[in-house]
Design a binder for this molecule. Sequence first.
Ligand SMILES: [Zn+2]
Length: 102
Amino acid sequence: MYVIDLRHFLDTKGAIAPERGPARRMADFVTAVVSHASDYDRCGDAPGPLCFRCRVRDRLPVETSISSDDLVVWQCLACGTSGQVDHWQGSFWDLSQGLQAD
Ligand SMILES: [Zn+2]
């Protein structure tokens, strides 16, 4: 299981820090998981992001949720990869507050 602190992937402005390579792929995946899991208003069964570990031909959307202790968690049913993300609240990808302006 991956245990991820989202802040490790962000620069001082809160944007994705790694520009390329495996770290960038991971960052893109993790932020997509956070958006998917925290979007309580998303309609129906919008699929999660594609697993970053699966071979291309095996790729399936991962399942995402938010645990009782407020971690974003994901699981890939194809390859069994799973993970949890901490410190996602308040990031650009935290949709849990809806889109209202403050
Ligand atoms: Zn997978």
